[in-house]
Design a protein around this ligand. Structure first.
Ligand SMILES: [Zn+2]
Length: 379
């Protein structure tokens, strides 16, 4: 299952209809929450009864789409179920009018696409910005509004694995801050793109404005809220650009490679790291996610290699060098004399590990020692 998300441009009446629909669904959700609090465990049958009974009793509820309302209660049942299974996960809470964002789900019988518009029950039709083609008929759609007031439709498409023709072999990928992805083949490097720098400067400016207008305690001024909205808008713009760059890069890389060895790096998002570092980490996260998704969908072999020792191992003879300082950008092997840029060497190590059927540098060293008949591991 894959999601395809598009911007919606509802007119005034369609937007009002969506909000009214959300109001009705929210009421149902909150009814279920109250039932649960009063001691009845709302089973799926009970929730179904709640819907039938409420729709019979309340004409205003009947005016809404049954599909969206059923789906809302299904979501509630899922959330409740999760809250019992996952520790420290609270029971579903009341959705307040002020703080919850509208989100409506329609299954196949609740929506259609006609003349480029999304057609929902009760005669609501909404123009869609078709930024890319839908590959096949969607099985469901989630219509939601974000914190900026933009509406989106996220279609679910059931898609078979599509096998690409055989590629040209394998590639290793090392993640980094100044270059998001360094690969064993320089043609496939993903630079940390400059055009985002302009966006980052605008973002920093907006954040400074927000800080200036901030009041300690009490409600915030209109000027502050305006700056806050502007900051959110710029942040979203930067994210969209990052994701787009990753998609273009991943598609090109997956088309031509059979084995893709990826450093299994998880950004930490530490509170003390700078905004620039956070943005670079977010770019890595986006690229890694998109790459793995596309490669799996394309039937490619993806190997996630643990990052430990990848920068301090020689990709040519697997000898271990001393740890490099962060400013040292070049790797040089004292055993065999191999030299390359630090990141390129790391990418080559990652690929070499994956090609030997392992997921960590240590595993390769251990199996090499065992092959030599030493039995014990001396590192
Ligand atoms: Zn070496």
């Amino acid at each position: 299952m894959v999601r395809y998300t598009y911007r919606l441009r509802p007119g005034r009446s369609a937007a009002a209809a969506l909000l009214a629909e959300w109001g009705r669904c929210r009421w149902l959700w909150n009814e279920a929450v109250h039932q649960q609090k009063s001691g009845q465990k709302p089973t799926f049958v009970r929730l179904g009864k709640l819907l039938t009974e409420a729709r019979a009793r309340l004409p205003w509820l009947r005016a809404g789409s049954q599909v969206a309302q059923q789906q809302m209660l299904r979501d509630y049942a899922k959330a409740l179920d999760r809250s019992f299974k996952v520790t420290r996960c609270g029971r579903p809470k009341v959705k307040s009018r002020k703080t919850s964002l509208p989100s409506l789900e329609y299954t196949a019988r609740g929506f259609s696409i006609r003349d480029g518009r999304l057609v929902l029950p009760k005669g609501v039709t909404i123009p869609v910005v078709w930024s890319r083609e839908l590959p096949s008929l969607p099985t469901s759609v989630r219509v939601y509004r974000d914190s900026l007031g933009h509406w989106y439709a996220s279609f679910v498409i059931r898609r078979e694995v599509e096998f690409h023709p055989p590629g040209q072999g394998s590639i290793g990928i090392d993640w980094g801050v100044s270059t998001t992805a360094t690969t064993t083949d320089p043609r496939f490097d993903l630079p940390y793109l400059g055009h985002r720098k302009r966006c980052a400067a605008e973002l920093a400016k907006a954040q400074r404005k927000m800080a200036r207008r901030r009041r300690k305690g009490g409600p915030q001024s209109r000027g502050y809220r305006e700056a806050q909205r502007q900051t959110a808008r710029l942040a979203r713009k930067a994210t969209r650009q990052t994701v787009h760059d990753s998609q273009v890069w991943a598609t090109r890389l997956v088309r031509t490679h059979d084995l893709i060895a990826v450093e299994d790096f998880e950004p930490a998002f530490l509170a003390k790291s700078t905004m620039a570092r956070k943005a670079a980490d977010a770019a890595i996260g986006a690229a890694k996610r998109v790459l793995i998704e596309r490669a799996t969908r394309g039937g490619r072999t993806v190997v996630l290699v643990r990052p430990a020792y990848t920068t301090m191992t020689c990709s040519s003879c697997f000898a271990r060098a001393k740890r490099l300082e962060l400013h040292e950008r070049d790797f040089r092997c004292e055993v065999c004399g191999f030299a390359d840029s630090r990141d390129r060497n790391a990418a080559r190590v990652i690929l070499a590990v994956a090609e030997r059927g392992h997921v960590g540098v240590e595993d390769v060293r251990q199996s090499a020692h065992l092959l030599r008949g030493r039995g014990s591991v001396a590192v």
